[in-house]
Write a protein of this length. Sequence first.
Lengths: 459, 222, 459
Amino acid sequence: MVDFLDVCERASKGPMMPQRDFDLKVFIPTLRRVLEKYNIKWEKREVINTDDRLADRVFEAAIEFYEGVGTYVTDTERVIKFSREEILDGIREAPKEVYFGEGADRYVMRGNLPDTNELVHCHVGSGTETSIEYALRLVEAYARIKKGKTLSVPIVNMVRHVRTASGSPAEVLAGIRCLQIAREGCRLAGRPGLAISSMISSCTSGGTTIAATAPQFGGRPSDGWLIAPTSELKIDYSELMKVPYLMSWGANIGQEQGPVLGGYAGGPEGLAVVNTAYAFHGVLVARADYHITYPIHMTYVCSSVPEVLWAVSVSIQGIGRNMRVPYYSLLYAAAGAATKMFFYEALANILTLVSSGAGVEDPHPGKAKIKDGATPIDSEYSCELVHALKGITRKEANRIIDRVIPKYIDRIADPPNGETVDQCYDLDRLKPKPHFEKLYYDGVVKELKTDFGIELYKN
Amino acid sequence: MNEKIKDQLKNAIIGGNTEVLLKNIDKIIRSKKEDPLKIIQDAMIPAIRNVGDMFGRGEIFLPEMLMAAETFQSGMKVIEPKLIDSGRRIEKIGKVVFGTVLNDIHEIGKNIVITLMRTHGFEVYDIGANVSPITFVEKAKDVGADIIAMSALMTTTMTYQKDVIDYLREEGERDKYIILVGGGPVDNEWAEKIGADGTSDTAPGAVELAERLILERKREAR
Amino acid sequence: MISFIDVLERAVSGPMMTQKEFDMKVFIPAMRKILEKYKIKWERKEVINTNDDLADKIFEAAIDFYSEVGTYVIDTERVIKFTREEILEAVEDAPKKIYVGEGPDRCIMEGRLPDSDKLAHCHSGSSVNITEDLGMRLAEAYARNTKAKTLSIPTVNTLGPLKVHSGAPTEIFAGIRALQNAREGCRRAGRPGIAFLNMVPACAKDVTTIAATAPQFGGRPSDGWLVASVAEMKIDYSSLNKVAYLTAWGANIGNEGSGLLGGYAGGPEGLAVLNTAYALFGILVVRATYHLTYPIHMNYVCSSVPEVLWPLSVCIQAVARNIKVPYISLTYTAAGAATEMYFNEALVCLLTIISSGSSVHNPHPAKGKETNSFTPVEMEFATQLAYACKGLTRKEANEIIDKVIPRYLDKISKPPKGETISQCYDLEYFKPKPHFEKLYYETVVGGLRKEFGINLYNY
């Protein structure tokens, strides 16, 4: 595979152009061309793709697309380009498994095929804005979910009375605090070795992330750090800096992306190709050991709509069938926590992911915008669903999803805000408050069984 | 022009005394006895040039020069419109786009040279620090610059000076601009290596170089 | 002393203004007012100040000045202001003694008074550029000088054929390499625990510095990291992020703050006040445990001229008498290495520093611009002089430098370029080549003994 120093060299010597030229003269025309050439079309007959040849075509289209486009480096205004051979090389040599965690909590994550009988990866927790007084208890609650194999931790964005800002020194201090809360919460849950695979939500720049997650503050190479591009297929030095640091340390590197449906990628077909191309970018530029995607709809800012679900399904299947890299997805629900709508959206999301062969991060309620808007029940539900749906085929999943989507789709533009964690969850006893307990167990869990034959809490 | 008035204007500029300068300019304009062009050419410009020379000789320092330059600019803001009204304008020696390169935040050296250039009649566009190569070029195109001047304080940032020149070559526009480079680690060897037109270790030297290269270019154009 | 978090709060809530307004409407008028108020004047009768009252006056002036001006934060365009009481409290609470290094190489750095008969702390080395191949040998050469108690390690700015760019991922690799080469070099010299106080010059940004000097790559909290201000009295988030990280770790922090003669501070009097104020800035904003000053002349770009030496001397004395913090002075000569002019300039700079009460750092040749332009002989000269001139008074120093300055002053704007290390020094056997040996021992060492009675090697 192309050496990372060569990638660095291309970042400073590749073709130079303004960002808008990259978007308008390179990205968009190339995408249009490959969509046409490879006849990528969503017929809208199914939400979860079941056409393996289409998945393979999307994959092929993505290779040609990434060869034509490359990755744009915003700091140098240059493009890192790869030849087709280099991309294929990257696909072949991409890491196919990644080890997270320490001791009894050590865990190996691998890629899966669609319709797999393997249990897919379960990731718990939420890197969303949280009141500091809840953070420790929340982490403990997440870590107590034994089916969860890796963790995200809540965002701490106050340091005493000082609010953090991206790239600011307060962010360094907040990040350190966040990490230490995370380690303590896991220890209290009896899982001190549980890996945080999104180091660390409180930090938004390369510098503050590296500073706050240094080993003297609790960072371990068996955790995972995410390298984020900007839309689409662009990266800056702040993010790229993490790569040489993590590589030199031997730490796990994750490629994350959130391509936008309706953005530069256009519609579902474009989204599918772009999402797939990100996997190549991830391997070659970010040197990723694992991948996470969180595509969203430009208007609804959630993932639980058919256009996004289809796009993510076909992309994941193409990657699964042809690259088989450790891959999971975070999908966003429009509805807030402790609402029935949230659980239906989450069901649709998870059906899509499990049947397509991707690991699952618990869907985030309320578009992840609401402070304290995530609860441990979301993670618990997600893990239980993954286990209950083990082995489900895409065909079977489609039959269910066709009945689930109508339950929420007409409210997608104006969803319920739901409740904050303190309103519906007892953070002292670490269990849902009575009304939420009723909604969840008597409402959601029971209905899943009676309506769809999905039995949670069986194993 | 009355020598006493000339001296009053000059001293106000050299002393960085904006209030006194503006008062005197106002008096002169009201009296309608002096041509605005003469005020500028015979009093104000020689005064500011003198400031620049004094700075170059180390007789005054940056604060004095900055204040003199501010005073001069304040005076020009009042008097230049009068000139334009009469269909005339002051010719600038040349236009300069000046910035500190990408990933470098050091500006003091650049600011010193810019201030000195302005005292010598250059029209300088200060585009700040941490400036990307494309931004240098686009700004130069926008304003019709004669000179692109780049400052870098570190060996690991001076390389971005080369990027600007390479980009200009790729665009086929290298010959359109005079390229000056400067900053701590920059020397003649580096300037030659990357294809710049020159460098100077000192601020007065930089201004002299800019003046010489512009005059040469104008001569060639004729 | 006011806490760092409160400083961060002021960075986001202090008075807002443009940089130009800070320079023109705050800094410059305040400096003029203070110089007038305290009647600070250099009579040009002596190069090294011998007037203790003047030194104390400058300290008072600096307090007044800093309480009026504060520190400008470039990212937020706000000013961090401190009251006079807060500044005085900080002066009281500032660390006066620090521990650097490990094991037998551990040492204490502390302040020293002018005319002191205490041995000056000897800091050796240089962050000047070198080519990669020399890194380890040079570090070993530096560390072999057992009179040097702490080191600066050189800057490597190539990685094989690749040139390192500031802010690029390659900077991290270069930093890691520089650090590991330096550690190995010191280990070979039998001094594995010696502290590096310029961690790590290959890296210019917070993210690259923090990444490259993380403990897993060899960074130790008993080393020291320099945090730089921007001219004048400004700081950015990149520097403040380092402070957040280092204070959380308990590592040594060096305040790198120094004015430019002819810049915003104006002439020698302004420079003296400004440089003293930088010590206050260092304590309060940078949370420094040691301080580095490096004043230079705006045109000559060196320190060995009287207009720079006088403010340097009086600032060192002001700090030494009133703040008493560990203080290192770095000076630059115009002449290059292996020239007689270099040693004359270095002698003048060092006598100024030693007699005024600062720790000693070998003057950097050729304005610090040339690659591979530094040899261990310059370092040895500095440390030997520190030992030989222990107890030298300012009066005695003035008598010597009055004779030496005229020997080079007329060549200051066109100095000899000097030689590179490979031209004059044998890194295999760690000794100067014959022509340099002759120059050094016969001309320089012999000359000092004959003319001034300074016996470098037999005191």
